[in-house]
Design a protein around this ligand. Sequence first.
Ligand code: HEM
Length: 291
Amino acid sequence: MSSLVSYEPYVDECADVFVERLTELSRAGASVDTGHWFQNYAFDVIGMITYAKRLGFLDRGEDIGDIISALGGHLTYATLARVLGGEKGRGRAFILHFTQQLMAASGTSRPSASANGNDDDGDELAAPAVESFLSKFQSKNVAAPETFTPYHVLTGCAANMVAGSDTTAITLSAILYYLLRNLAQQMLCLQAVIKEALRIHPATGLPIERVVPPGGSTIAGFHFAAGFGLGSRPCIGRHISTLEIGKLVPRILRDFNFTLDGLAAGPTGGWETHNMWFVKPQDFWFTVTTE
Ligand code: HEM
């Protein structure tokens, strides 16, 4: 819990920039692409938590290094081929190269707070040091170089970027959509609104199958015994996401008025979504004012 609280300044910093951008968009009277801006927020927060560095999605309002589009292409492939993996794509290459640069700059032998015993199990009242995932992974590499190699440092950081951004952005869109469609307005409690949006619109839309059928299975020359699975794999970022959402939603609802645009504002009030592993809203727009 203490490491989660330590991330709060990162979340606040990105929320500040998000509010700046929203203020500019409100002055321009422009229709706002909801998914795009929530993605910018979520990718910058994850960048900070993972690398202690803002990647600049919110600053530039664009897809830095084509990470978002490459991730979308990768997941489309994974959905259609039913295989998660692959090394190709400029966005993935960007993330790996970016991580390698930071690893080289800091070195894998740098001790961190967790290596010195100030880890997640510490006293929650003590002021938590802000420690990025990269730094934590590097400490693990120092402590157990044989089992936690630089490759694990690299893929751990990349996993955060892949798993932790679109999910949060989609959930933010769902919360706003259901609030503006009045479906969640009677809920007085923010946490209930978040949970209800996650229930009605889960950000991941495909089953995660991992049980081998009776008799076992041979796939690409590898034999998998019956019943073997990958074990319990809960989301490691769910509390981070709750922090990101819990800090942004009340703030923007307090400071801005939102009006749905496009399809969602039409007579059916529906919204289109596209399920390629992540269930992304399509063509989902709003206008925003500060009055
Ligand atoms: C609303 C936001 C989120 C949703 C809906 C979500 C959903 C999920 C789901 C369904 C899984 C698969 C669990 C399983 O295999 O049974 C998962 C795993 C994972 N999530 Fe999240 N997630 C969210 C936020 C995040 C964030 C912010 C991060 C990173 C900081 C993150 C990192 C991960 C990682 C690394 C895994 C793989 C865990 C493993 O296989 O050991 N997620 N998430």
